[in-house]
Write a protein that binds this ligand. Structure first.
Ligand code: ATP
Ligand code: MG
Length: 411
């Protein structure tokens, strides 16, 4: 397997997650600033995160679609955002001199999809989403996948015939996002946010708590309330919900939900026939998740001096079987037995039977700690007394276990 672990961190890396993800062989620079190759382990983690997001959205009744990454600029002209978006919007022409953009977000394109296919209030509400690559020509791409130029986003858009129904969906999405981040095993806060460039009113951000976060947030010490400092003056030190103390902390924005209203549907004349057979613009909400940003955010929150500590749902493999001496036939036999037993039980497992002199036992343990699989099972000398060693990555606690019990134990 292609897992090029290394001792050296890239010279431009300042964040621990950037250093560790490169050193552990999850990502590598593609040469261009803010553009990364995902290596096999990085792709596995991304797909696992994506799967949790898809499962929870589908459960909430959202429908997945796929839009082209290339969008005609004429759609952006309809809302005036072709001018407003500025230099983050990468524009280009095709051979016929038609102008396009590489999508940095997809409100216009999704409104265009819906206005072609929905005509009546009877077809509402609807929530459509995609999990797709976005491009933003960030002024200062940095921190690896955290602020890249190309990144994976889940963007959902809901369409309603009344404001109340849009607010209902907004609340459903808030609950759905909480389920997603809880399942991913992340410590997060939902905070009141500024509506920013996308506009509209009523917006909340989902923040992964980490000291290195770029956002400063105020969170209540006793209830769930939190707000971005941008919306709360900093002198304001008591919770508007319960009156307890607010404390300052740092967060990484991984999700953002907005109540949009008609600010896109109006200029784009995206309309439906209401109960009185009158045309009305769709009332909309939009809901984003920075799917690829969740990877570095997870590591900012969960690491130690030795390396990454993935949560149960984000780990590239749950178990790493380390064969101390792969040239020892008996060790290989035990290791392969455990390996196939775990696979049959549906546990994701990788077998480290690298036999080259360069990959001694110490290197294998170091790689396990650097990469951060949830558990290692060491198959070594202990097999003479019928035992293997189980190491839990979080805390590095070790314990000897009877070979006969290991499958049951891990399961
Ligand atoms: P930020 O304030 O971090 O620039 P944003 O407000 O521009 O974020 P949105 O337009 O709401 O972000 O995009 C939805 C989500 O996409 C964000 O919550 C964030 O998690 C993620 N995201 C935005 N820009 C990037 C980027 N350059 N690299 C990786 N993820 C990003
Ligand atoms: Mg931005």
């Amino acid at each position: 397997m292609l897992i090029p672990t290394t001792k050296e961190a890239p010279s431009d890396a300042t964040l621990i997650s950037h250093k560790l993800l490169v050193r552990a062989g999850f990502i590598q620079s593609s040469g261009g600033s803010g553009l990364y190759n995902l290596l096999p382990l990085g792709k596995i983690v991304l797909d696992r995160v994506r799967a949790v997001i898809k499962e929870e959205l589908d459960r909430a009744g959202c429908q997945e679609v796929h839009l082209p990454i290339v969008t005609p600029i004429s759609l952006w002209d309809e809302t005036g955002r072709s001018n407003k978006f500025g230099d983050e919007l990468l524009r280009f022409r095709d051979r016929h001199k038609n102008q396009f953009v590489l999508s940095p977000t997809n409100e216009e394109a999704m409104v265009n999809l819906v206005r072609q296919s929905l005509k009546s209030y009877k077809q509402l509400p609807i929530n459509v989403y995609q999990i797709n690559w976005k491009f933003r020509d960030e002024i200062r791409p940095r921190f690896g996948l955290m602020r890249a130029r190309e990144f994976l986003m889940k963007d959902a858009y809901s369409f309603h015939s009344s404001r109340e129904d849009m607010v209902r969906e907004f609340e459903l999405m808030e609950e759905t996002y909480k389920r997603i981040f809880r399942r991913l095993g992340l410590d997060f806060r939902v905070v009141e946010a500024d509506s920013g460039a996308i506009g509209g009113s009523g917006s909340k951000e989902f923040m992964i708590l980490a000291d290195s976060g770029e956002d400063t947030i105020m969170v209540c010490e006793s209830c769930e309330f939190g707000a971005n400092v941008e919306v709360l003056s900093e002198e304001n030190s008591t919770c508007p919900e319960c009156g307890s103390n607010l404390k300052r902390t740092k967060g990484i924005e991984v999700g953002h939900i907005f109540q949009l209203g008609t600010i896109y549907s109006k200029p784009m004349r995206a309309e439906f026939l209401n109960q009185n057979q009158k045309l009305e613009p769709f009332i909309m909400g939009t809901y984003g998740i920075g799917v690829s940003r969740i990877i570095p955010a997870t590591i900012e929150q969960n690491h130690d001096e030795a390396g990454c500590i993935w949560t149960d749902e984000t780990a590239p493999f749950r178990v790493d079987i380390i064969v101390a001496k792969p040239k020892d036939g008996r060790q290989m036999e035990v290791a392969e037995e455990i390996y196939s037993g775990l696979r049959e039980a549906g546990v994701s497992v990788i077998l480290d039977d690298r036999a080259d002199k360069r990959y001694g036992f110490g290197v294998k343990i170091k790689d396990f700690e650097l990469i951060g699989f949830n558990y290692a099972i060491v198959v070594g000398k202990d097999i003479e007394s019928g035992k293997v060693e189980l190491i839990r990555r979080d805390g590095l606690k070790r314990e000897k276990i009877e070979i006969a019990d290991i499958l049951e134990r891990v399961r």
